[in-house]
Design a protein around this ligand. Structure first.
Ligand code: NAP
Length: 303
């Protein structure tokens, strides 16, 4: 019998924590605030930013959208990010994809202050995460780990296979799994004989964006399968990378799409914004006096 690893309960617990911490900050005169930088007319990006704004309202995080022109240049985007990074009332910054043609997301994200980089987009954040230093992980990667932890999935010494090597999901997930002492394999579009590799996984993370590309032959009996993929089908319904029907009865557990990683990701973005607001507030208080350094969030250091 395959368990469905739904994200609902994890997301609700994160929201409760976030709301309580946001409340404490507001009582101390700080309104935790998240700026979403949008330079696209893409409908799903607009939908996503509205969803974050609604979710923020429920937990006491102010979300505002910094709308740039659809054809904003890299310099214009960098300048907006620098301004928000320096703004004392901004605690978290997200640069929403897609970006205008010709703009390199990784390069421009280098202008997000690391202590406000709640979606781990600045390459410095991934570098620090890889080095085991405090940094915000991309929220989706952190959501995968949170789901695994909340479901009590053991990682140490187990074989984790990640399909996908993007900077937003595949690579950071692999680093976080490695930090938890999993033996990690990363697959990508040039991997030869994918089913042979993935079917060795105790924990399989799919982050490709190809609807139902992983079937029974890709999954080891008893594996835990985390499906990050979200591709809208013709009627707008989100479809995962895993053919859930095919792996039912074979996998030990699988996340649904939608309703698995997605809700946890959104909840963690707001949680990280509150953590950033709190760390910035502490740093402000300690300014001028020797005190603790700002901690930016989860580390990838092995326990
Ligand atoms: P991406 O940047 O397009 O990366 C996709 C990765 O999949 C690449 O590394 C690519 O390999 C690999 N790939 C493509 N075809 C493959 C194949 N046939 N076999 C093995 N690997 C293959 O996508 P992404 O941004 O990481 O997103 C991945 C999926 O996650 C998308 O569906 C996205 O919508 C979803 N997503 C979900 C959330 C959430 O909160 N649930 C958040 C972010 C993203 P190469 O590197 O060789 O090209």
């Amino acid at each position: 019998m395959t368990r469905l690893l739904e994200g609902k309960a994890s997301a609700a617990a994160i929201r409760d924590d976030t709301a309580a911490a946001a409340h404490r900050l507001r009582d101390a005169g700080v309104v935790p605030s998240l700026a979403l930088v949008l330079a696209t007319a893409d409908e799903s990006a607009a939908w996503y930013t509205r969803a974050i704004a609604r979710a923020g309202e429920k937990v006491g995080v102010e979300v505002w959208i910094e709308r740039l022109a659809d054809d904003a240049s890299a310099d214009e985007i960098r300048s907006a990010l620098r301004k928000l990074s320096a703004g004392p009332s901004v605690h978290g910054i997200i640069l929403q994809a897609p970006l205008p043609p010709g703009v390199d997301g990784v390069e421009v994200a280098a202008d997000i202050a690391p202590e406000k980089d709640v979606d781990g987009a600045n390459p410095l954040s991934l570098g620090r995460l890889t080095a085991g230093l405090p940094a915000f992980a991309p929220a989706t990667a952190a959501a995968v780990m949170r789901l695994l932890d909340d479901q009590g999935v053991a990682l140490s010494g187990r074989h984790a296979v990640v399909v996908g090597r993007s900077l937003v999901v595949g690579k950071p997930v692999a680093m976080l799994l490695l930090a938890r002492n999993a033996t990690v394999t990363i697959c990508h579009s040039r991997t030869v004989d994918l089913p042979t590799v993935t079917s060795q996984a105790d924990v399989l993370v799919a982050a490709v964006g190809r609807p139902r590309m992983l079937g029974a032959e890709h999954v080891k009996p008893g594996a835990v399968v985390i499906d990050v993929g979200t591709t809208p089908d013709d009627d707008g319904t989100l479809v995962g990378d895993v053919d859930a029907d095919a792996v039912m009865g074979r996998a030990e557990a699988v996340t649904p799409v939608p309703g698995g990683v997605g809700p946890v990701t959104t909840a963690l973005l707001l949680h990280s914004t509150v953590a950033a607001a709190s760390a910035l507030q502490d740093a402000w208080r300690a300014r001028g006096a020797p005190g603790p350094r700002v901690s930016w969030g989860p580390t990838a250091r092995a326990p």
